[in-house]
Design a protein around this ligand. Structure first.
Ligand SMILES: NCCCN[C@H]1CC[C@H](N)CC1
Length: 292
């Protein structure tokens, strides 16, 4: 370890470790679920780290938060009820609340320390909690979804950490089944789906489960996030049976001039072209994903 640098070492990406120069450690704590740390980096703003894994940096969080929210919500005509599982930092809430058609935003985050730390150190991310449509549930997303009446939501967004740690169950079949049950016909789910450079086996399992469970469309999209392992992160976009959803051609483009959108500041990353482009995959990934 180099003094003054944070290196992201994990068995999930053996033999490599992205590093950021540290100016000052701002917070260190241990919640009931994980170690939580915030540091001021030299070139990426403040950084949120859970169990030694980078969750977001002020400089590049726009890519992940905007894509995970707008890929599903811009793919259906009139999203009204949205559920966020995880996402305790509030960034996905900020993006979901840009959509004026949305009337209700439920969020279920297991770790209250993540919420409190984000509000204290990442106000431009935690701004998502200020929207009056947001209803916060602190608890386990697996249990929350079991209690949700069938067909409640138009969209579910699973903004999880990695499968090693508290989010492990969010990558397993029973959870995906409970998401499908909670969605209305033609409803959509978008989940954090790791890296095509590092996790093709995890992605293979997720795609296989989704193809069995979601009888609408099942697509994999990806984006670039410099501070995530291998510099990319993917998303599973699935729809339930009913009105077919064509994820690759957004039917509900975001209106940048809408007051809900403007009040959250400018979109820094997402646009309709990058929406369509994000579903284009390199051959090694396409071969696996399209063959399942
Ligand atoms: N809302 C913060 C993003 C959480 N998702 C990340 C995806 C990449 C992982 N290595 C760490 C969590």
């Amino acid at each position: 370890v180099i003094p003054g640098w944070f290196s992201e070492i994990s068995p999930m990406w053996p033999g490599e470790a992205h590093s950021l120069k540290v100016e000052k450690i701002l917070f260190q704590g241990k919640s009931d679920y994980q170690n939580v740390m915030v540091f001021q980096s030299a070139t990426y703003g403040k950084v949120l780290v859970l169990d030694g894994v980078i969750q977001l940096t002020e400089r590049d969080e726009c890519s992940y938060q905007e894509m995970i929210a707008h890929l599903p919500l811009c793919s259906i005509p009139n999203p009204k009820k949205v559920l966020v599982i995880g996402g305790g930092d509030g960034g996905v809430l900020r993006e979901v609340s840009r959509h004026s058609s949305v009337e209700q935003i439920d969020i279920c985050e297991i770790d209250k320390m993540v919420i409190d730390v984000s509000k204290q150190f990442f106000p431009h991310v935690a701004i998502g909690y200020e929207d009056p449509r947001v209803k916060l549930h602190v608890g386990d997303g697996v249990a929350f979804l079991k209690a949700v009446p069938e067909g409640t939501y138009d969209a579910v967004i699973v903004d999880s950490s990695d499968p090693i740690g508290p989010a492990q169950e969010l990558f397993e079949k029973p959870f995906f089944e409970s998401v499908a049950k909670a969605l209305r016909p033609g409803g959509v789910v978008c989940t954090q789906a790791e890296s095509i450079w590092l996790h093709m086996h995890i992605i293979e399992d997720i795609v296989a489960n989704c193809r069995q469970i979601f009888k609408g469309s099942v697509n994999y999209a990806w984006t670039t996030v410099p501070t995530y392992p291998s510099g990319v992160i993917g998303f599973m976009l699935c729809s339930t049976e009913g009105l077919p959803v064509d994820f690759k051609h957004p039917v509900n483009p975001i209106d940048a001039n809408d007051s809900h959108c403007k009040s959250k500041g400018p979109l820094k990353f997402y646009n309709s072209e990058i929406h369509a482009a994000s579903f284009c995959l390199p051959s090694f990934a396409k071969k696996v994903i399209d063959s399942i």
